[in-house]
Ligand binder design. Structure first.
Ligand code: AHR
Length: 562
């Protein structure tokens, strides 16, 4: 179990969302100089992939995304409108669609986040010119720098447009339903609108009138969001009652429905325990009605232990020093203990572990100030640091294929750990987007136990010695091809590793690397290719491989086995 106390984190986030506290006036004093790479020490590390120890199949859905109607995510990010000069496919940003096809995006969550529990899905269907304008959940965070569409939802992007976006990119939709402010009947009707066969119901007719006669076949349904906070301020026990009420008699229309319960944030074991205890107390069989338990975890506290205040503890996305680099990665490392910890608690009530974890919000969260588009709330500019963080998080999911069924990076575009930044006709892929492109190769593979041995990173944490793992990653098998991804977090030392596969020998391969000599490196609308992956063929004799992992890097090795 992790030792950090998430209690205040969550209360802080809850208050942030409630009180519109956007931290200002916090001056960051230290800005580190770009680091220099030093020479590798011969064979200081070892990576051993154990072919005989499969861990389970990696669900493609752990490479999932999240698009909330928040700031510039939907309006300007995904949706530009059919009449826009920005190239679009029925109103959806074309360049985004093209990029997402490359990363094999499996699933997208929508419309929130906190927005979900204020959203009436009926506002977003029917003729576009008849749809109402509504105050967005996030309106109180907006400033005069943001466009009106961010504050007052024009509802031009609704269920039809979202499902169309998913179809264009080859993803499954994951809809988050409103439990706080709509009755359960509206949830059933949203399912009916999406899934009832053509010609069978009035809602199916409305869908057909919009040009979608065929049912959408939506399988994944979130039952509220953060129901301990913006999703209703429920206790875990109260929420269990709501969950049962919302999910007990939902019509199926031949489409399997997978309900995802609003789960804990961080290390809130009590939420997981309280919710499942109440479900089981009422009827042990109800466990089977839950497909997944959502877990949210943001890495935000870069105060080095000085505070757990949500506003004061945050760091800057662009202005950071070497210590902040390691501190963020340390925060990211907590994910593994959260997965293990909640899994253990879930096992107290669900011995067969039929319920899986759905980490449907994750990523770093910095204080405002690095927005690519001024006025876009919660937008930040991802750097190489966030790429390394994200790669490490995806490796963590890969190492727990039996536990994690889905994960959704928060968020896809113009928000938090964005894969893409966009404004009007400007667009760029962030270093995080490149990591998703590199890691797509793991999807559906058989995860293999892999042992990493490398000298630890030792650094000074404000006068106290601190250390961090030296190399970490994950491996997956696809027929006779092995995908091995490796993170070297060290800011100045390359790691020279011997790579062996127990049970096979290596024949040939390629290496794709994402790195930079500047830890702050990031892509912008003007300089779109500052951080991009480089691929080269590996030149080695059959057998084992020696590979030098550059400092501050993410590497994917694609290796043919014989
Ligand atoms: O991703 C931003 C917000 O963070 C989401 O709306 C909410 O679920 C979480 O607190």
């Amino acid at each position: 179990m992790p030792l950090f106390n998430g209690e205040r984190d969550v209360i802080g986030r809850r208050q942030f969302i409630r009180n519109s506290v956007v931290g200002a006036g916090y001056v960051w004093l230290s800005r580190a100089a770009p680091f220099a790479a030093s020479a590798a020490v011969a064979d200081d590390s070892q990576i051993e992939v154990l072919l005989g120890e499969p861990l389970g199949s990696i669900s493609p859905n752990i490479y999932g995304h999240f698009t909330e109607n928040l700031g510039g995510v939907i309006y300007d990010g995904v949706w530009v409108g059919e009449k826009s000069k920005v190239p679009n496919l029925n109103g959806i940003r074309k360049e985004l669609v093209e990029e997402m096809r490359k990363i094999k995006a499996p699933v997208v969550r929508y419309p929130g986040g906190c927005f979900a529990d204020s959203y009436d899905w009926r506002d977003g269907i029917g003729p576009a010119d008849k749809r109402p304008r509504r105050t967005n959940f996030w309106a109180q965070e907006e400033t005069s720098a943001g466009p009106a569409s961010h504050k007052y939802d024009p509802n031009q992007f609704g269920t039809n447009e979202f499902v169309q976006f998913c179809k264009l990119i080859g993803s499954q939709p994951y809809l988050a339903a409103n439990v706080r402010s709509l009755p359960a009947a509206e949830f059933y009707r949203w399912v009916e609108y999406c899934n009832s066969p053509a010609g069978t119901t009035t809602l199916a007719d409305m869908r057909a009138a919009a040009g979608y006669a065929e049912p959408f076949g939506v399988r994944y349904w979130g039952v509220g969001n953060e129901s301990w906070g913006c999703g209703g301020d429920f206790t875990a026990q109260e929420y269990a009652v709501e969950f049962r009420r919302y999910t007990a008699w939902v019509p199926q229309y031949g489409q399997k429905l997978s309900f995802i319960a609003s789960g804990p944030s961080d290390d809130h074991w009590d939420w997981t325990r309280g919710f499942l205890e109440e479900i089981v107390r009422h009827s042990p069989g109800d466990i089977r009605s839950i497909y997944g338990l959502a877990l949210h975890y943001y890495a935000w506290n870069l105060s080095r232990g000085r505070t757990s205040n949500w506003n004061e503890g945050k760091g800057d996305a662009l202005k950071f020093d070497t210590l902040d680099w390691y501190e963020l990665l340390r925060q990211g490392d907590v994910m593994e203990s959260l997965i293990n910890g909640h899994w253990q608690v879930m096992g107290e009530f669900d011995r067969e572990h039929s319920i899986k974890l759905v980490v449907d919000e994750w990523g770093p969260w910095y204080r405002p100030g690095s927005e690519a588009t001024p006025g876009d709330i919660l937008e930040q500019t991802p750097t190489l640091r966030d790429a390394v963080f994200s790669a490490s998080t995806l490796d963590t999911f890969n190492r727990h294929p039996e536990k994690v069924a889905m994960a959704n990076c928060a968020q896809l575009i113009n928000c938090l750990n964005s894969l893409y930044l966009a404004h009007e006709d400007k667009f760029c892929v962030t270093p995080v987007g490149h990591v998703f492109a590199m890691y797509a190769a793991h999807q559906g593979g058989q995860s293999l136990r892999t042992i990493f041995s490398a000298p630890a990173v030792n650094y000074d944490r404000d006068g106290k010695a601190a250390s961090f793992w030296g190399l970490q990653g994950s491996a997956s098998l696809h027929d006779r091809e092995l995908v091995l991804t490796v993170v070297n977090p060290h800011l100045s030392a390359a790691r020279e590793a011997k790579i062996g596969v127990r049970g096979a020998s290596l024949k040939s391969g390629t290496a794709t690397t994402l790195t930079s000599s500047d830890m702050h490196a990031h892509n912008t609308f003007e300089q779109r290719e500052v951080v991009t992956p480089q691929t080269r063929a590996l030149d080695f004799q059959r057998g084992d491989l020696a590979y030098s992992f550059p400092p501050a890097s993410v590497t994917r090795l694609t290796l043919a086995l014989e």
